[in-house]
Write a protein of this length. Structure first.
Length: 129
C-alpha cells in the first residue's frame, strides 16, 4: 500500500490555499499549508514529496522572501524535492528565470488552476521513485 504523499502548499492567499487543500487532500495526498516560505522552510525536515509554492508574497509589517528565494533555499537542502511554482504572473521573463533555476513546473493562477495543478502533480509524483 502506498503511503500518502506529503505536499506542502505555500501561498499567502488563504482562498487559494484553502481551495488547493480542499481539492487535493485525499487518501493519496496529505496537504500541509503555509502562509509564507519561511514557515515552509522550517518544516522541510518532514521531507515533503512535493512543494507547491507561490511566486509573490506580501506581508505588510515585514519583508518576507519571495518564491524564488524560497525555491533557492529549498534546493540547497532538499535538491530532489519537486517544486511547482504558482503565479498570477504570465510574464515570459519570469517563466524563463524559473526554468533556468530548475523549477519543475509553473502553473498560472487562472480559471484552469486546479486542472493544471492536478496534471502537474500527477506527472511529478509519478516520476519520482
Amino acid at each position: 500500500m502506498n503511503k500518502q504523499k506529503l505536499i506542502f502548499v505555500v501561498d499567502d492567499d488563504p482562498v487559494v490555499t484553502k481551495m488547493i487543500v480542499k481539492r487535493f487532500n485525499s487518501d493519496s495526498y496529505l496537504l500541509e499549508a503555509f502562509d509564507y516560505g519561511e514557515d515552509c522552510l522550517k518544516s522541510l525536515n518532514k521531507n515533503p514529496d512535493l512543494i507547491i509554492l507561490d511566486y509573490l508574497f506580501y506581508k505588510t509589517d515585514q519583508k518576507v522572501m519571495n518564491g524564488m528565494e524560497v525555491f533557492d533555499k529549498i534546493k540547497e537542502t532538499h535538491p530532489n524535492v519537486p517544486v511547482i511554482m504558482l503565479s498570477g504572473q504570465e510574464r515570459g521573463e519570469i517563466v524563463l528565470e524559473l526554468a533556468r533555476k530548475g523549477i519543475d513546473d509553473y502553473v498560472i493562477k487562472d480559471s484552469n488552476l486546479m486542472d493544471n495543478l492536478n496534471a502537474s502533480m500527477l506527472e511529478l509524483l509519478s516520476t519520482e521513485s
